[in-house]
Design a binder for this molecule. Structure first.
Ligand code: KIV
Length: 268
Protein backbone atom coordinates (compact mmCIF):
# COMPACT_ATOMS: atom_id res chain seq x y z
CA UNK A 1 0.00 0.00 0.00
CA UNK A 2 1.37 3.45 -0.91
CA UNK A 3 2.58 5.64 1.98
CA UNK A 4 -0.14 8.23 1.31
CA UNK A 5 -2.87 5.56 1.58
CA UNK A 6 -1.64 4.40 5.00
CA UNK A 7 -1.88 7.79 6.70
CA UNK A 8 -4.94 8.29 8.87
CA UNK A 9 -7.24 11.32 8.61
CA UNK A 10 -6.36 14.03 11.14
CA UNK A 11 -9.18 14.72 13.58
CA UNK A 12 -9.88 17.64 15.90
CA UNK A 13 -9.10 15.65 19.11
CA UNK A 14 -5.83 14.31 17.67
CA UNK A 15 -4.87 17.80 16.49
CA UNK A 16 -5.58 19.28 19.94
CA UNK A 17 -3.85 16.39 21.65
CA UNK A 18 -0.60 17.21 19.84
CA UNK A 19 -0.01 19.99 22.39
CA UNK A 20 2.75 18.81 24.66
CA UNK A 21 3.43 15.75 22.50
CA UNK A 22 6.86 17.05 21.50
CA UNK A 23 5.85 17.28 17.84
CA UNK A 24 5.11 20.70 16.38
CA UNK A 25 1.85 21.18 14.46
CA UNK A 26 2.18 22.44 10.89
CA UNK A 27 -0.49 24.26 8.91
CA UNK A 28 -0.53 25.93 5.51
CA UNK A 29 -3.30 27.67 3.64
CA UNK A 30 -4.80 26.35 0.41
CA UNK A 31 -7.64 27.72 -1.68
CA UNK A 32 -8.14 25.26 -4.55
CA UNK A 33 -8.12 21.56 -5.44
CA UNK A 34 -4.67 21.25 -7.03
CA UNK A 35 -2.75 23.14 -4.34
CA UNK A 36 -4.68 21.47 -1.52
CA UNK A 37 -3.78 18.03 -2.93
CA UNK A 38 -0.06 18.93 -3.04
CA UNK A 39 0.00 20.46 0.43
CA UNK A 40 -1.89 17.47 1.86
CA UNK A 41 0.58 15.10 0.22
CA UNK A 42 3.41 16.96 2.00
CA UNK A 43 2.01 15.77 5.32
CA UNK A 44 1.05 18.94 7.19
CA UNK A 45 -1.40 18.37 10.04
CA UNK A 46 -3.75 21.20 9.10
CA UNK A 47 -4.87 23.06 5.98
CA UNK A 48 -6.52 26.44 6.39
CA UNK A 49 -8.85 27.84 3.77
CA UNK A 50 -7.91 31.31 4.93
CA UNK A 51 -9.73 34.53 4.23
CA UNK A 52 -6.25 35.65 3.13
CA UNK A 53 -7.72 34.35 -0.14
CA UNK A 54 -9.29 37.80 -0.42
CA UNK A 55 -5.78 39.24 -0.87
CA UNK A 56 -3.62 36.52 -2.45
CA UNK A 57 -6.24 35.02 -4.81
CA UNK A 58 -8.80 37.77 -5.34
CA UNK A 59 -6.39 40.74 -5.25
CA UNK A 60 -8.22 42.81 -2.63
CA UNK A 61 -6.23 45.12 -0.35
CA UNK A 62 -7.44 43.37 2.84
CA UNK A 63 -9.50 40.38 3.99
CA UNK A 64 -12.76 42.25 4.44
CA UNK A 65 -14.38 41.84 0.99
CA UNK A 66 -14.46 38.02 0.74
CA UNK A 67 -17.99 36.60 1.18
CA UNK A 68 -19.48 33.45 2.74
CA UNK A 69 -20.40 32.11 -0.71
CA UNK A 70 -16.85 32.68 -1.97
CA UNK A 71 -15.33 30.97 1.10
CA UNK A 72 -17.66 28.02 0.58
CA UNK A 73 -16.86 27.83 -3.14
CA UNK A 74 -13.12 27.56 -2.39
CA UNK A 75 -13.54 25.37 0.70
CA UNK A 76 -15.50 22.88 -1.46
CA UNK A 77 -12.48 22.54 -3.77
CA UNK A 78 -10.11 22.04 -0.84
CA UNK A 79 -12.53 19.66 0.89
CA UNK A 80 -12.65 17.48 -2.24
CA UNK A 81 -8.85 17.32 -2.45
CA UNK A 82 -7.70 16.68 1.11
CA UNK A 83 -7.49 13.13 2.43
CA UNK A 84 -5.28 13.45 5.50
CA UNK A 85 -5.03 16.93 7.01
CA UNK A 86 -7.59 18.63 9.22
CA UNK A 87 -9.24 21.30 7.08
CA UNK A 88 -10.20 24.52 8.84
CA UNK A 89 -12.18 27.22 7.04
CA UNK A 90 -12.06 30.90 7.95
CA UNK A 91 -15.39 32.52 8.72
CA UNK A 92 -15.37 35.77 6.74
CA UNK A 93 -16.22 39.17 8.16
CA UNK A 94 -18.96 39.63 9.50
CA UNK A 95 -20.40 36.11 9.31
CA UNK A 96 -20.06 35.54 13.10
CA UNK A 97 -20.68 39.06 14.40
CA UNK A 98 -24.47 39.03 14.14
CA UNK A 99 -25.23 36.73 17.07
CA UNK A 100 -24.59 33.11 17.91
CA UNK A 101 -27.54 31.82 15.88
CA UNK A 102 -26.25 33.45 12.69
CA UNK A 103 -22.71 32.23 13.42
CA UNK A 104 -23.98 28.65 13.85
CA UNK A 105 -26.00 28.95 10.64
CA UNK A 106 -22.95 30.15 8.69
CA UNK A 107 -20.50 27.67 10.23
CA UNK A 108 -23.11 24.94 9.73
CA UNK A 109 -23.18 25.78 6.01
CA UNK A 110 -19.39 25.40 5.89
CA UNK A 111 -19.47 21.96 7.51
CA UNK A 112 -22.50 20.76 5.51
CA UNK A 113 -21.46 22.02 2.08
CA UNK A 114 -17.66 21.61 1.97
CA UNK A 115 -16.55 18.33 3.63
CA UNK A 116 -14.20 20.49 5.79
CA UNK A 117 -14.06 19.75 9.51
CA UNK A 118 -13.69 23.01 11.44
CA UNK A 119 -13.97 26.78 11.27
CA UNK A 120 -11.76 29.63 12.45
CA UNK A 121 -12.91 33.03 13.62
CA UNK A 122 -11.03 36.08 14.79
CA UNK A 123 -11.32 37.08 18.44
CA UNK A 124 -10.93 35.73 21.94
CA UNK A 125 -12.85 37.25 24.86
CA UNK A 126 -15.15 39.26 22.57
CA UNK A 127 -16.21 36.08 20.75
CA UNK A 128 -16.26 33.72 23.75
CA UNK A 129 -20.07 33.45 23.94
CA UNK A 130 -20.29 32.80 20.20
CA UNK A 131 -17.50 30.20 20.34
CA UNK A 132 -19.24 28.44 23.27
CA UNK A 133 -22.57 28.34 21.40
CA UNK A 134 -20.91 26.99 18.25
CA UNK A 135 -19.01 24.33 20.20
CA UNK A 136 -22.25 23.35 21.97
CA UNK A 137 -23.74 22.87 18.49
CA UNK A 138 -20.93 20.44 17.63
CA UNK A 139 -18.89 22.83 15.52
CA UNK A 140 -15.11 22.68 16.11
CA UNK A 141 -13.79 26.25 16.39
CA UNK A 142 -10.25 27.58 16.14
CA UNK A 143 -9.81 31.12 17.51
CA UNK A 144 -7.41 33.80 16.24
CA UNK A 145 -5.97 36.44 18.57
CA UNK A 146 -3.25 39.08 18.37
CA UNK A 147 -3.26 40.79 14.99
CA UNK A 148 -6.74 40.20 13.65
CA UNK A 149 -6.69 41.21 9.97
CA UNK A 150 -10.49 41.59 9.84
CA UNK A 151 -10.07 44.41 12.41
CA UNK A 152 -7.32 46.16 10.43
CA UNK A 153 -9.15 49.51 10.50
CA UNK A 154 -9.79 49.34 14.24
CA UNK A 155 -6.18 48.28 14.95
CA UNK A 156 -4.82 51.06 12.72
CA UNK A 157 -2.86 48.73 10.44
CA UNK A 158 -1.04 45.41 10.50
CA UNK A 159 0.90 45.98 13.72
CA UNK A 160 2.61 43.71 16.23
CA UNK A 161 0.28 43.24 19.22
CA UNK A 162 2.15 43.73 22.51
CA UNK A 163 -0.49 43.98 25.28
CA UNK A 164 0.41 40.77 27.14
CA UNK A 165 -2.49 40.89 29.60
CA UNK A 166 -5.07 41.41 26.84
CA UNK A 167 -3.52 38.69 24.65
CA UNK A 168 -3.51 36.16 27.50
CA UNK A 169 -7.08 37.12 28.42
CA UNK A 170 -8.19 36.53 24.83
CA UNK A 171 -6.37 33.21 24.43
CA UNK A 172 -7.69 31.96 27.79
CA UNK A 173 -11.24 33.05 26.99
CA UNK A 174 -11.10 31.17 23.68
CA UNK A 175 -9.79 28.03 25.40
CA UNK A 176 -12.40 28.22 28.16
CA UNK A 177 -15.16 28.71 25.58
CA UNK A 178 -14.15 25.39 23.98
CA UNK A 179 -11.94 26.38 21.05
CA UNK A 180 -9.68 23.47 20.04
CA UNK A 181 -6.78 25.72 19.06
CA UNK A 182 -5.83 29.35 18.72
CA UNK A 183 -3.82 31.23 16.12
CA UNK A 184 -1.47 33.84 17.61
CA UNK A 185 -0.63 36.40 14.91
CA UNK A 186 2.13 39.04 15.17
CA UNK A 187 2.84 38.62 18.86
CA UNK A 188 6.32 39.04 20.39
CA UNK A 189 7.99 35.65 20.82
CA UNK A 190 8.29 35.89 24.63
CA UNK A 191 4.58 36.69 25.02
CA UNK A 192 3.60 33.84 22.68
CA UNK A 193 5.80 31.46 24.68
CA UNK A 194 4.20 32.53 27.94
CA UNK A 195 0.65 32.16 26.54
CA UNK A 196 1.54 28.74 25.11
CA UNK A 197 2.67 27.60 28.55
CA UNK A 198 -0.46 28.93 30.26
CA UNK A 199 -3.31 27.63 28.11
CA UNK A 200 -4.54 24.10 27.53
CA UNK A 201 -5.11 24.26 23.75
CA UNK A 202 -2.49 24.39 20.99
CA UNK A 203 -1.21 27.80 19.93
CA UNK A 204 -0.52 28.08 16.21
CA UNK A 205 1.85 30.96 15.57
CA UNK A 206 2.28 33.24 12.60
CA UNK A 207 4.84 35.89 13.41
CA UNK A 208 4.77 34.69 17.02
CA UNK A 209 8.18 33.03 17.41
CA UNK A 210 9.35 29.44 17.76
CA UNK A 211 7.71 28.43 21.04
CA UNK A 212 4.12 28.10 19.86
CA UNK A 213 2.75 24.56 19.61
CA UNK A 214 2.59 24.93 15.84
CA UNK A 215 3.14 27.26 12.92
CA UNK A 216 0.94 28.42 10.05
CA UNK A 217 1.87 30.40 6.93
CA UNK A 218 0.07 31.57 3.82
CA UNK A 219 0.92 29.17 0.96
CA UNK A 220 1.55 31.94 -1.58
CA UNK A 221 4.20 33.41 0.75
CA UNK A 222 5.86 30.00 1.29
CA UNK A 223 5.98 29.37 -2.45
CA UNK A 224 7.40 32.81 -3.26
CA UNK A 225 4.27 33.72 -5.22
CA UNK A 226 3.41 36.92 -3.40
CA UNK A 227 3.84 39.98 -5.62
CA UNK A 228 3.07 42.64 -3.03
CA UNK A 229 4.41 43.30 0.50
CA UNK A 230 5.73 40.21 2.31
CA UNK A 231 5.82 40.44 6.14
CA UNK A 232 9.04 39.84 8.09
CA UNK A 233 7.70 36.63 9.63
CA UNK A 234 7.44 34.88 6.26
CA UNK A 235 10.01 32.45 4.93
CA UNK A 236 9.76 31.63 1.22
CA UNK A 237 10.81 28.03 0.54
CA UNK A 238 10.55 28.40 -3.24
CA UNK A 239 10.63 31.15 -5.86
CA UNK A 240 7.65 30.20 -8.00
CA UNK A 241 7.05 33.80 -9.06
CA UNK A 242 10.30 33.71 -11.04
CA UNK A 243 9.61 30.15 -12.25
CA UNK A 244 6.12 30.97 -13.49
CA UNK A 245 7.06 34.23 -15.20
CA UNK A 246 10.06 32.45 -16.74
CA UNK A 247 7.92 29.58 -18.05
CA UNK A 248 5.33 31.97 -19.50
CA UNK A 249 8.11 34.01 -21.15
CA UNK A 250 9.70 30.85 -22.63
CA UNK A 251 6.31 29.83 -24.07
CA UNK A 252 5.83 33.27 -25.59
CA UNK A 253 9.35 33.28 -27.09
CA UNK A 254 9.10 29.74 -28.49
CA UNK A 255 5.72 30.41 -30.14
CA UNK A 256 7.06 33.62 -31.66
CA UNK A 257 10.25 31.82 -32.87
CA UNK A 258 8.31 28.89 -34.32
CA UNK A 259 9.94 26.39 -31.88
CA UNK A 260 6.61 25.44 -30.33
CA UNK A 261 4.65 23.43 -31.23
CA UNK A 262 7.30 21.00 -32.53
CA UNK A 263 6.41 17.90 -34.61
CA UNK A 264 6.09 15.74 -31.47
CA UNK A 265 3.35 18.03 -30.18
CA UNK A 266 1.16 17.48 -33.23
CA UNK A 267 -0.84 14.61 -34.78
CA UNK A 268 -0.22 12.71 -38.06
O1 KIV B 1 -6.42 33.94 6.46
C1 KIV B 1 -5.36 33.39 6.77
O2 KIV B 1 -4.59 32.91 5.93
C2 KIV B 1 -5.03 33.32 8.19
C3 KIV B 1 -3.64 32.93 8.55
C4 KIV B 1 -2.74 34.05 8.26
C5 KIV B 1 -3.55 32.46 9.95
O3 KIV B 1 -5.84 33.61 9.01
Amino acid sequence: MADSQQKKRMTVPVFSGMKGSGQKITMLTAYDYAMAQLVDEAGVEGILVGDSMSMVVQGHENTLPVTMDEMIYHAEMVGRAVQHALVVVDMPFPSYHLGAAKAIENAGRILKETRCQAVKLEGGAAQADTIAAMVAAGIPVMAHVGLRPQSVHQLGGYRVQRDEAALLHDARAAAEAGAFGVVLECVPSAIAKSITEKISIPTIGIGAGPDCDGQVLVLHDVLGLTCNYVPRFVKAYADLKTEITGAARSFRDEVRDGQFPAPEHGYE
